[in-house]
Design a protein around this ligand. Structure first.
Ligand code: GDP
Ligand code: MG
Length: 713
């Protein structure tokens, strides 16, 4: 699925096309339509963080989806991916057969900016006017033929990735582009701004002789050298050292001249491109003169209102947490009885012995337990996808933007942090949209504090076993409230942690957030389904196989070595004698002050592979310990379990302590690995593990010991 630029552009397959566009214009949705691949479609910037390729159905053309970007500058990691690829087009061998610029037809003026920048590379460019369904609803009419004539685009195609409109036409147009077309070199699509032309002339003239090597118009090069200090790096290989020095001094010279004329040279390209759009294209984009307040605006009057907005947000979250319990109850019971039945059947058929023990206690008892949580995970994924695709997630980010700047972060951090509720791994990757390096790294450090879906089974089993199902104040479901509280604990701690980072590692620059709220959109059922399918499948296969493997290893560790005269001992004595028992007892002194016994200690170790393994670990240990020969429900076993001196193992206080531990502890090897990769250093993942482990240990110590001092049990 992922193909490197060079393998695609190689001579064995010269037919590839790039898809570029602003964030949220529907690139990924279009890509999926064209290729039939089911990529995640999200309603906020920065979903596509990796280059993705896919072949158009029944065609030899390969498409590459790129991250969304407003322009070809290279400030954030995301923009740099696009900008680097575009820069490689100077070499003819790297040029795509065509570029598809996806444009949001409801937001033409801003979207056209990038289209003009791309057009100036003189590669056949197809402008796709996406979301044409919405544009029609808003009475925006666009004369596609006229737009094609004026911009000299290869084609302009109105389309709707949502309803499949225009898809066939895009494919046909792509197919009809002859191999190796050479477009005539065009004048850049810019308007000359008064006084500028003569000021920039020295730079432009200096670049003129290199025109053919650079494969890009000297005026655009000049403007970009003025706006972006890093741009020179793209040109170094085309100049000798002496020439480079001359070039740099020309840049300085021109900057000085422009400054003298009070021309803001950094935004020069922007102003001359927007002037072009205004002058040459303005009448092509006709808008209905009677502008009406859209549905989105009406909804936002309440949903992002300073007072009602946060209340609505809390209600939405409350509803979701409650749904996780109440909707999941029935399927969970069903799966539980299915597992019990399977276990009983296997127990009845198989003779007593190792195989029976492995199957019923190790595999069905351990790995099977995690299946029970599948409905809850699905419900969580469903709601997260719904929030994202509908556009509400972007509002959540918007409402929290102010708070973010108070704690030394910026609004762009919100989305990666919110994605952390699903899983830290894509969340850490999506932090790439944060331009400022410091803010990006601090955000990455905070993401693991957001309770990910893998922690859900641990929370819910503890809550189901030890929090009564009643209501607080007669209307608030108690279990959902505790669950929400646990999630908030992580969030509030992240705020504190951000403040501490701010103190010791202050932010140097203030990045204003230019996030534009996408309109509310009815999520595509198909897209929701694919997200649930993809994530559900990866939970069952990836997590499932880890859990299965660990369950088997654990069963072995908990069953061996056997003592002489094994049969005379009770199951409990046998398991305490086993490797797992020895390991658990070895670390017990460390975890005992937190209110955990040795079994929980073993669970804490095994859950490093994946947090939800905690549940299956306890399940395996309790099943092996149980003499009744029947698998018992984990909840009952936990409620009954006692220390040798008769005290209960799970008390309200130790349960609270355990939940707090799961909120704070950095028990996830995959997160460690992805942070190492994204920050390209060991320092950050080690810092994350270090601070979170200390935080977890100290908080649990405070909860448990403090609680006991106060007289709780
Ligand atoms: P990207 O950021 O450019 O990759 O945009 P996405 O493909 O993630 O789409 C952003 C949102 O727009 C999603 O909610 C899509 O369901 C929605 N969307 C995409 N194409 C269309 C379209 O043609 N019409 C409408 N109404 N919605 C669309
Ligand atoms: Mg995308």
């Amino acid at each position: 699925m992922k193909t490197d630029l060079h393998t695609v552009s190689n001579t064995d397959n010269p037919s590839w096309a790039a898809i570029v566009g602003n964030p949220n214009c529907g690139k990924t949705a279009l890509f999926n339509r064209l290729t039939g691949l089911h990529h995640k479609v999200g309603n906020y910037p920065g979903i596509t963080v990796e280059k993705k390729s896919g072949r158009i159905r029944n065609s030899r053309i390969v498409l590459r989806d790129l991250p969304g970007t407003y322009s070809l500058s290279s400030k954030s990691v995301d923009e740099k991916i696009v900008s680097d690829m575009v820069q490689s087009w100077r070499e003819p061998k790297n040029r795509p057969r065509a570029v598809i610029v996806v444009v949001d037809a409801t937001n033409l003026i801003r979207n056209t900016y990038l289209a003009l920048q791309i057009l100036d590379w003189n590669i056949p460019t197809i402008i796709v006017l996406n979301m044409i369904d919405e544009a029609r609803k808003k009475h925006i009419s666009i004369d596609a033929d006229e737009l094609k004539k004026r911009t000299k685009a290869w084609a302009v195609i109105p389309a709707s990735a949502k309803y499949g409109e225009g898809i066939k036409e895009i494919i046909e147009t792509l197919e009809q582009i002859p191999d190796n077309v050479r477009l005539p070199k065009m004048e850049p699509r810019l308007v000359e701004i008064e006084h500028c032309t003569e000021n920039i002339a020295p730079l432009e003239q200096f670049l003129e002789p290199k025109k053919d090597v650079l494969n890009h118009h000297p005026r655009i090069e000049a403007l970009r050298l003025l706006s972006d200090d890093g741009y020179i790096n793209y040109l170094t290989k085309y100049f000798t050292a002496a020439e480079l020095e001359q070039l740099l001094s020309k840049v300085t010279e021109v900057k000085t001249a422009l400054k003298k004329n009070h021309i803001p040279y950094r935004s020069l390209e922007q102003s001359s491109r927007f002037a072009y759009i205004d002058l040459y294209l303005g009448d092509v984009f006709k808008k209905d003169p009677i502008s009406r307040r859209s549905m989105s605006e009406k909804a936002d009057a309440i949903l992002t209102h300073p007072v009602f907005g946060p209340i609505a947000l809390l209600l939405v979250l409350g509803f979701i947490f409650n749904a996780i319990f109440s909707w999941a109850q029935f399927p969970m019971d069903l799966i539980q009885s299915g597992i019990d039945w399977t276990s009983a059947q296997a127990g009845a058929i198989l003779p007593d012995g190792i195989l029976k023990s492995l199957l019923t206690e190790g595999i069905i008892g351990g790995a099977g337990t995690i299946l029970i949580f599948f409905p809850q995970i699905i419900i969580l994924i469903f709601f997260l996808s719904l929030l994202e695709d509908s556009g509400y997630m972007a509002r959540m980010a918007f409402m929290m933007d102010k708070l973010m700047s108070k704690i030394g972060l910026n609004g762009r951090s919100v989305l990666p942090l919110l994605s952390g509720f699903a899983c830290a791994i894509p969340a850490v990757m999506s932090a790439r949209t944060i331009e400022n390096r410091r803010d990006r790294f601090v955000t990455i450090m905070l993401i693991p504090l957001m309770s990910c879906s893998a922690r859900l089974p641990v929370y819910t089993i503890l809550i189901a076993a030890f929090v009564p199902a009643g209501y607080i104040f007669g209307f608030m479901p108690m279990q959902a409230a505790v669950l929400m509280g646990i999630y908030f604990l992580g969030m509030f701690t992240a705020i504190f942690a951000a403040l501490i980072f701010k103190k010791f590692y202050p932010s140097k620059s203030v990045q204003t957030m230019l996030m534009e709220l996408p309109p509310y959109r009815m999520p595509l059922a198909r897209s929701l389904w694919w997200q649930i399918y993809d994530k559900g499948k990866s939970f069952l296969t990836t997590a499932g196989s880890i859990i299965l493997a660990i369950s088997i290893v654990l069963w072995f560790l908990a069953s061996y070595p056997r003592q002489a005269g094994d049969q005379q001992h009770t199951s409990r004595e046998r398991i305490e004698y086993s490797y797992a028992g020895q390991l658990g007892h070895f670390i017990e002194p460390v975890v005992q002050p937190l209110g955990f016994d040795w079994k929980i200690g073993v669970g804490l170790i095994t859950s490093f592979a994946a947090r939800e393994v905690m549940v299956s670990t306890l399940s395996t240990l309790y099943n092996l310990e149980n003499d009744s020969g029947q698998s018992q429900s984990l909840i009952q076993a936990m409620r009954k379990d006692r220390y040798p001196d008769g005290r209960k193992v799970f008390t309200p206080l130790s349960v609270l302590s355990l939940m707090v531990f799961f909120v704070f502890a950095a028990q996830c090897m995959a997160t460690f690995a992805v942070i190492k990769k994204e920050t390209n250093s060991w320092r950050w993942p080690l810092l994350m593990t270090g601070y979170m482990t200390i935080l977890a240990y100290v908080s649990c110590l405070l909860v448990y010991q403090g609680g006991q001092l106060l007289g709780f049990i």
